[in-house]
Design a protein around this ligand. Sequence first.
Ligand SMILES: [Zn+2]
Ligand SMILES: [Zn+2]
Length: 167
Amino acid sequence: MPVKNENSTSFVDEVRIISRWAYFIALLAFLSLPALVAFIARFDPSNPSIAVVAFAGILTGTFLACYVLLIGYINRDAGRRGMNRVLWTLLAIFIPNGLGIVLYFVLRKPRTANCPQCGAAVEPGFAFCPRCRHRLAPVCPQCQRSVNAGDTFCPYCGADVAPTVNA
Ligand SMILES: [Zn+2]
Ligand SMILES: [Zn+2]
């Protein structure tokens, strides 16, 4: 079974890793911010209209909910990239202006996949699992280098790989 390539994960798959807790906190933020803004607005001497207060509440609520979901995503995503989950979650929360989040997406490592047979971490491009020798990607029978599914000839030595790849 070939290991899923990083490029083949869709946006939906990415969103799916966010934990239920992050959704719960995001929903709380989204619902409570309009109430908080309405409460603060009562003390505003300029006496803003209900429409302005509602708009400001929904805007800040949406912003905070997105912020929470991004932090929830980083919390899970860091783990599958072999990065420190706690450290990056704290950085995302406490570095102001969302810079911790930006920093994470700039510095994050390529995702490590797992061997479907033994669960060992394998890097993209590995043809065999280094722990149990499970075949992760089709290899050329002549030079043993990994070839892509769908290839007919080996791009390195020119051997006919169609019988192996399509087997
Ligand atoms: Zn393995
Ligand atoms: Zn070859």
